[in-house]
Design a binder for this molecule. Structure first.
Ligand code: ZN
Ligand code: FE
Length: 253
């Protein structure tokens, strides 16, 4: 499976996914159509599927034009069929769906929006996490609540540790600054921040990120850990209260 990040709008990523054997081509979260069209033209590809993690405009903005131009099918969460433009294929939590020779498992991960999903390619261990899990961050909670968002992140945490995480935005540098502020002595975070600085200087994407690295350096995934609780003066507090605190701190960072 080839996955190619396509920068869109200010800081969004759409991802072209290209399955080697069946030659099926998809795009995850096209916020706009023109960067996708020029990539497909340049590489002489046609588009078969549009996959949406959630209904926000910066993830579905290109749906209708791409659908019309390529006669592509739009794939999304069944609960959001009323607000994903052009949707053809509706999928449920835990449902498996064939993408060429690959199998995608749908994880319903509400919190950022109520209908947010993750596309998890089981064999390839590739996860498209949209605006739920970012590299060193997590999405804002717009429609759900903190408990929902935390249990969604905990679902992602249970994927294989060598899963590649492809997220919806290039927020990594700012996220690294935030993590560093509260998790100041985390040595892996320091190493990761140096890599991030190098990539961003060259204007290169910081995705994908390995789940294993995120588990060790993303403060939002570490709210169950005692060292984080102590750093936040929340020793013995419940994980979800720690998570709520960290999310609130990030909202004003
Ligand atoms: Zn969003
Ligand atoms: Fe977004």
């Amino acid at each position: 499976m080839h996955v190619i990040p396509i920068p869109c709008l200010n800081d969004n990523y759409a991802y072209i996914i290209h399955e080697k054997y069946s030659k099926i081509v998809g795009v995850v979260d096209p916020s706009e159509s023109s960067p996708i069209i020029s990539f497909l033209n340049k590489n002489k590809l046609k588009l078969d599927y549009i996959l949406n993690t959630h209904h926000h405009f910066d993830h579905i903005g290109g749906n209708e034009e791409l659908k019309k131009l390529y006669n592509a099918k739009v794939v999304g969460f069944h609960g959001d069929k009323h607000r994903i433009p052009g949707i053809n294929v509706t999928l449920k939590d835990n449902e498996k769906w064939n993408f060429g020779n690959s199998i995608i498992k749908i994880l319903h991960i509400p919190g950022h929006t109520l209908g947010h999903i993750c596309f998890f390619f089981e064999k390839e261990k590739i996860a498209f996490t949209g605006d739920t899990l970012f590299s060193l961050g997590c999405g804002r909670i717009f429609e759900g609540d903190h408990k929902q968002m935390l249990s969604s992140l905990n679902r992602i945490k249970k994927l294989p540790r060598d899963t590649k995480i492809y997220c919806g935005h290039e927020y990594t540098y700012k996220n690294a600054e935030f993590c560093t502020k509260y998790d100041f002595d985390n040595s892996l975070l320091k190493v990761k921040f140096e890599e991030i600085k190098k990539l961003r200087l060259k204007n290169l994407p910081t995705t994908p990120t390995l789940l294993e690295d995120e588990l060790k350096s993303n403060i939002f995934l570490r709210c169950d850990q005692n060292d984080i609780k102590i750093k936040l003066n929340m020793k013995n507090e419940e994980e979800y209260k720690v998570f709520r605190k960290v999310r609130d701190l990030k909202d004003i960072f």
